[in-house]
Design a protein around this ligand. Sequence first.
Ligand code: FAD
Ligand code: NAG
Ligand code: NAG
Length: 337
Amino acid sequence: MDKGAPNIAILGAGVVGLTVADILQKDLGKANITIIADKFKEDTTSAVAAGIFCPGSSFRGATREITHKWIDDSWYYWQDILKSSEASNAGIMELSTYIFARDNYELTKNPLLEHLVSNYRAAREDELKLCGPGWKYGSYFTTVKIGCDRYLPWVERRFVDKGGRIVSGKVDSFTSLRQYDLVFNCTGLGAKYLCNDFDIFPLRGQVIRVKAPWLKTAFFCDYDTYIIPGMDGVTTLGGVRQHDNSNLQVCKYDAHAIWQQCCEILPDLRKAEIIGHNVGLRPYRVPVRVEPEVIGGVKVVHCYGHGANGVMSSPGTALNAVKIGYDYLKSNIRNKL
Ligand SMILES: Cc1cc2nc3c(=O)[nH]c(=O)nc-3n(C[C@H](O)[C@H](O)[C@H](O)COP(=O)(O)OP(=O)(O)OC[C@H]3O[C@@H](n4cnc5c(N)ncnc54)[C@H](O)[C@@H]3O)c2cc1C
Ligand SMILES: *[C@@H]1O[C@H](CO)[C@@H](O)[C@H](O)[C@H]1NC(C)=O
Ligand SMILES: *[C@@H]1O[C@H](CO)[C@@H](O)[C@H](O)[C@H]1NC(C)=O
C-alpha cells in the first residue's frame, strides 16, 4: 500500500457494503479499504432476499432521473457478470418470470423494468392458467436473479484477494472512525439505531426455502405471493410485508399462510422438501439515501435504506455513492495542498 493512499472504511457487509467495496477497489486501486461490520454473509438481511431484479413501485431515489439511472446502471452491472465465466460462482442467473393479477392488467406491468428486458409482454390465455383459476391478467419477461448465498462470499473473497481488509465489530461512535479519510455508511437498518434516522423503518419479511429442482420459472401472484427458483434447486416462497415490525423470529402463522398460498398456486410444491424458514427486516426508506455528510469531522457518504429492492439496486446506488466519495476525496486532497 502506498504511503499517502487514501484510507477508506465501509460500514456494512451486506450486499450494499460489499458492492460499494468492490466498485471502489476497482476505481481506486491504491486505496487502503477496510470493511467493518458486525454481521456477515448468511447473518445479513441480504441473505434472506430472493434477489430477483424486479423493482417495486415504491423504490425511489431523490428524483425520477436518479431512480432510473440507479436501476439501469444496476441492470447492466449484473448483465456484465451474467455474461462472464464467473456468473455461476457469483450466483447470477437468468430467470423467466410471470406476474399475475386478478383486478387489472396495469398491476402486472413494471415501468422501471420494461425498457431493460427484451421480452416484456402480456401473458397468453393458456399461460394465465399456469397458477390455477382466477388469474385474469398477466405479464411475462426474463430478468436476472442474484443469489446472495453465492454473491456475498464471492464478492467478499474478491475484495480480500485484491488486498481489502475486513474487521468484525460493531461501530457505536465516530471516534473510532477518525483515522479514515472517507467512510461509506452501508449499515442498512442499522442506520436507524446508530443515530436516529426516523425516515427508515423495518419492513418485515418472511420466506420458506424449499428444494424444488423441477421449477425453472418465477411467479408473482398479486405481488405479495411469490415463488422464486434459484440455483441448486432451491426455491424461495414468500411472503409478507409488515410495516414497522422488528420481530426476527419465524412466525408460524406467516409460515402457514405462505405455504397455503404458494401451494394453491402450484400444488406440486406440496412434494417439495422444506429446507428452512427465514426472516429479514427490509431497511425501508423513501427515498433511498445516497448522499454525503460530514459527521464529527469525518467525511461520510451514506448509502442505505434500499427497502425491498436492495439486492437488485446495489450496483447502481454503489456507483453513485463511489462517485460522490471520489469527488469528496479529491476536494480533500486539494484542501491539504
Ligand atoms: C423476505 C425478503 C425478500 C427480499 N427479496 C428481495 C429481492 O427479491 N430483490 C431485492 O433486490 N431485494 C430483496 N429484498 C431486500 C434486500 O434484502 C435488502 O434491500 C438488502 O439486503 C439491503 O442490503 P444492505 O446491505 O443495505 O443491508 P444488510 O444486508 O442488512 O447489511 C447491513 C450491514 O451493516 C452492518 N451494520 C449495521 N449497523 C452496524 C453497526 N452499527 N456497526 C457495524 N456494522 C453494522 C450489518 O452487520 C450488515 O453487515 C428482500 C428482503 C427480504 C427481507
Ligand atoms: C490501512 O488502514 C488501517 C486502518 O486505518 C491501518 O491500521 C493500516 O495501517 C493501513 N495500512 C496501510 C498500509 O496504510
Ligand atoms: C449512518 O447513517 C445514520 C443515519 O443518518 C446515522 O445516524 C449514522 O450516524 C451514520 N453512520 C455513519 C458511521 O456515518
